[in-house]
Design a protein around this ligand. Sequence first.
Ligand code: AMP
Length: 198
Amino acid sequence: MILIFLGPPGAGKGTQARRISEKYRIPQLSTGDMLRAAVASGSPIGQQAKTVMDAGHLVSDEIVAGIVAERIEQEDCASGFLLDGFPRTLAQAEMLDRILADQDRHIDVVLALNVDDKALIDRLKTRVKETLAAGKEVRSDDNVETFSKRLEVYQAQTAPLVPFYAQKGLLREIDGMQPIEAVAREIDDVLGHSGTAQ
Ligand code: AMP
């Protein structure tokens, strides 16, 4: 099963993706996590990505698609994987189609988590408070200013993927405004009915 989670920052993609990854035993590939790991390692890609990420902009399509292409060739992705945070532009979506076609594979379903902007900002503030209260470090792009930029970038560059995947008949919209458990149930329903769940 190859599954994509689409949605604005803070929509709950990571949370839901983690659960689905455990339930269906397929790896969760988060390009945000991969890029943060590259930043932490101090690699050339990481150094390049850090400035872009801290400004709330997108890392180049070629870099991100290259990271994903390499990752999905690994053994643990043989029976499927889920993408969380990729693709984020039409160019990335087209690159992904080509990468998968070369491997004779295809996307099974795209889950779009819908959450309105005000709720996303509220969630961000809560997340920052909770992270600080737990004595942990807040992500360098988790502040209201950068987050607003990330939302703008989402609307301009990533939202066009919704009609792109709808046209292909792959899109399933999920009400991400509900509590986590209700969102999870809606996703389970969709996967149960789409014939993709193993
Ligand atoms: P995320 O953890 O998914 O919110 O991603 C954090 C940041 O990493 C984003 O704001 C981008 O700067 C960068 N990033 C993650 N995924 C991508 C992607 N598919 N394309 C470009 N940049 C990305």
